[in-house]
Design a protein around this ligand. Structure first.
Ligand code: G3H
Length: 492
């Protein structure tokens, strides 16, 4: 059943749209009279600058320079609204999970996980905020001053999430921004748009008018005007550093704009000759290939010490061959169709480039394609001439770099423009200790004998260099979307 969505939430109303619609095709192919084709699953408005500006005005008005109903509401009341929203959201689970599968090809198990993790994230945020609020509602006496330290909102937040976690990562910024008293302008991701439709009514019913507004349209058409207006106080984006930098520059007073960004990453797996090889294979496999490698936290380059490289590749290729390809709803499926139609050309281009400089696809069936499926390619030996050495492939290619000396891996991270995470595989504690200290100053998370990942969600999630700005996670996100302010009474 197709979902042709012709309404959008703005200023508390579900407005009708009678302009052009963008047709959404699933990465899942179906049989048609002309052969196998991507399935049409629905459409959504191609909004223009006009509607985006109207929604911006609604968010500005609801904030009302900090005097609106929402930013002045007691935290305990705002929490009640978010709880009401969450209750309504839970009722949409079946519809949303189905749309995640059809729109971005995520497996059923992972789509359910994405939904449930989002609900858990909201409740964890509420709990963390209750703790912070309890701490900040009292006064401390300092040098004859009774001081109350509050957490105040920042204003209007423009919120844009990614296609790979269209629900979860969007909400890891939207929910903390909202609960802290900001008003929201939210643009669903390019892929993973329809699944937000069932949630619009929940937003409408749970929040005062203008507090949450959903905008549609092409980003390069509708976003510049919003940024140039100078009325966006916080830009939050999970996407590329190139887009984030372009958007920031458009703001007339960039020093008055807060940015909370989750950006590019090229996380390295470093496997030394002292590693438990089976563990390194298992963790690097899921680290690099879950959801077809389309995770910002994925392991996107693997450094293996030369003495164990052949053994590692043999075991790794075997593990890759055991992964199950299939449609998102098939039982136990690991690899699924890719939602970005241009991705397969890009991946092939990366492989051709690596081959030009002497590497090969070393696993059986590696890089074979069928419809929107791409069979994972293990590429070896990768070196610094190749795109795969430094570019974030964001897909099912595992580049393997042989190394002699551990110092080479540190040099890689020093020279990298990315700085999110690294994974070390070694059972030699001296070697691990020797690596941790420099690495933790180059990336934001060092994983020992485990793959890189964002969770558990209560831990800080960020990155250095081009990988992030600001910190996400439950408590950190509350801080990212608010500012500490002080009410000070002079005691006589
Ligand atoms: O795509 C980036 C996400 O932050 C990845 O999250 O490590 O939980 O899959 P994850």
């Amino acid at each position: 059943e197709e979902l042709h969505q012709k309404r959008y939430l703005s200023n508390g109303e579900m407005k009708n749209w009678d302009g052009p619609l963008h047709e959404v095709y699933s990465p899942v192919y179906i049989k048609t009279s002309e052969g196998l084709k991507p399935k049409l699953i629905g459409s959504y408005p191609v909004g223009t600058e006009k509607e985006a500006q109207e929604s911006l005005n609604a968010a500005v008005e609801a904030y009302n320079d900090g005097r609106g109903e929402w930013p002045t509401m007691p935290v305990s009341e705002r929490i009640k609204h978010v709880e009401l929203f969450t209750k309504k959201m839970i009722a949409t689970k079946e519809a949303v999970v189905k749309l995640i599968m059809w729109e971005i090809g995520k497996s059923h198990a992972d789509s359910i996980k994405e939904f449930d993790r989002t609900v858990e994230y909201i409740y964890a945020t509420i709990d963390a905020l209750k703790d912070i609020d309890r701490d900040s509602s009292g006064f401390q006496i300092v040098e004859g001053i009774a001081a109350q330290v509050r957490r105040s909102p920042l204003g209007v937040v423009l919120c844009m999430g990614p296609f790979n976690y269209p629900l979860n990562e969007t909400f890891t910024t939207l929910i903390p921004a909202l609960i802290m008293g900001n008003t929201i302008l939210f643009k669903p991701p390019k892929f993973g748009t329809l699944l937000h439709y069932p949630l619009q009514e929940a937003f409408q019913e749970a929040f005062p008018k203008g507090v949450v507004n959903v905008i549609y349209g092409r980003g390069n058409v509708i976003i510049p005007g919003l940024m140039q207006s100078g009325k966006i106080n916080v830009l939050t984006l999970i996407g590329s550093s190139r887009v984030a930098n372009e958007l920031k520059k458009q703001h007339p007073k960039v020093n008055q704009l807060r940015a909370v960004l989750g950006l590019d990453a090229k996380n390295a797996s470093i496997i030394t000759q002292n590693a438990d090889l089976d563990l390194a294979v298992k963790e690097t496999l899921t680290g690099s290939l879950s959801f077809n490698g389309q995770r910002c936290t994925a392991l996107k380059i693997v450094f293996v010490q030369k003495s164990i490289a052949d053994d590692f590749i043999k075991k790794f290729n075997k593990a890759v061959s055991e992964l199950k390809f299939g449609l998102p709803w098939e039982e136990g499926v690991n690899l699924t169709p890719l939602p970005e139609p241009y991705k397969i050309d890009y991946l092939n281009d990366c492989i051709a480039d690596a081959e030009k400089f002497g590497a090969k696809v070393v696993n059986e069936n590696g890089a074979k394609t069928n419809e929107s499926f791409f069979y994972p390619a293990v590429v070896y030996p990768v070196n610094k001439e190749m795109k795969l050495y430094y570019e974030e492939q964001f897909g099912p290619i595992v580049p393997i770099v042989p190394f002699d000396d551990l110092e080479e891996t540190i040099q890689y991270l020093i020279n990298s423009t990315h700085g999110q995470q690294v994974s070390i595989f070694s059972n030699n504690s001296d070697e691990v200790a020797w690596l941790i200290d420099p690495l933790v100053n180059l990336v934001s998370r060092v994983n020992v004998n485990s793959q890189s990942q964002r969770g558990p969600d209560v831990l800080p999630f960020t990155g250095r260099k081009d990988s992030a700005e600001g910190t996400l996670s439950v408590t950190d996100a509350i801080r990212s979307f608010s500012i500490r302010s002080l009410v000070a009474f002079k005691m006589n």
